[in-house]
Design a protein. Structure first.
Length: 157
């Protein structure tokens, strides 16, 4: 069965994308029968990696080895009163006047289960003022001044 070329698209801003296959290396020149894919930080270095499942073959890991251009934080939630993975929790990361928000969800796509941890790309923000969490149980929690560029584990009180 003949496959298709994998797409690698680069965000050009304002809703437009351009092919970046030439920047992605030889993988993007091969024809494969890929099906599901997901982004996750395979080696906990803050750079998001990709994994793709294929039809009748092994999965493919695209390990991001590019130069890191900013700070990051990955949050692993541990529920106690809420479900153990904190699914449904609302998480807000605040650094000065900037903030990032995400909801903890059971991240699934076609034939793939992604990493449930929340990854925040912080850009130039080298410090964080706080992480605010509203757990599914209704309880709220604030973690002050967490260190950036790491995986932080936060347990529901």
């Amino acid at each position: 069965m003949k496959g298709m070329l994998s797409l690698l698209l680069e965000n050009q801003g304002k809703g437009s994308f351009a092919s970046a296959a030439d920047k992605g290396g030889p993988f993007f020149q091969r024809q494969l029968n890929l099906r599901g894919s997901g982004a996750f930080d395979f080696d906990n270095d803050g750079r998001m990696d990709l994994i793709a499942s294929s039809l009748g073959d092994r999965a493919v890991l695209l390990h991001n080895r590019g130069a890191s251009s900013g700070h990051w934080l990955t949050v692993k939630l541990v529920g106690t009163r809420s479900n153990r993975d904190g699914f449904g929790a609302q998480v807000k990361v605040v650094a000065g006047a900037r903030s990032w928000q995400a909801e903890a969800r059971c991240p699934t796509s076609y034939v793939f289960q992604q990493d449930p941890r929340l990854h925040f790309g912080l850009g130039a923000a080298a410090t964080i003022d706080r992480i605010e969490i509203r757990w599914p149980s209704g309880q709220t929690q604030t973690v002050a001044n967490p260190v950036v560029d790491q995986v932080v584990r936060i347990q529901e009180p």
